[in-house]
Write a new protein. Sequence first.
Length: 179
Amino acid sequence: MSQPCFATPRLRLRPRRLADTEACLAMDREPGVTRFVDGPWKDPAGHRAFIEARTLGPWPPGLGYWSVLDAAAGGFLGWVLLIPEDGEGPEIEIGWRLRPAAWGRGIATEAAAPVLRHGFVALGLPRIVAGIHAENAASLRVAAKLGLRPRGTAGHEVRCALDRREFLAFQERPDGPPH
């Protein structure tokens, strides 16, 4: 199964491609974007190589990165991932990163919801995790809105997770995740 595309009222998500590298680099250089994420952000060649390697994978079928685009204007807003945790697994992680202009508008939740659903419904994953820096209150709120719950800590990271059974039950609640 290849990566599907998704559409929401405000967004289009498509598999990330190498042509998105410059937009990803520019986003990561914006103030505050990589504040809570370790990576080669200060090494231009290493940063580019990291983004390109993550874009190309290879990832198991149906997994990878999705570029998040404004449905009306088509501009790059960020990305959502569903990949083996830290690129290696065995757990499957979901994550998101957005340009600051897209912060505080519910876009991360709106973009991640169809990817999460894809993981559980189309791929039949038993569990999806997210490692979020303990001080990243905005991402912790997104995880909670999606149904992921804290399951412990590891260093400075809150380990959030959602099991398929919990996801399906969460879908049935009136206050469940966005559709």
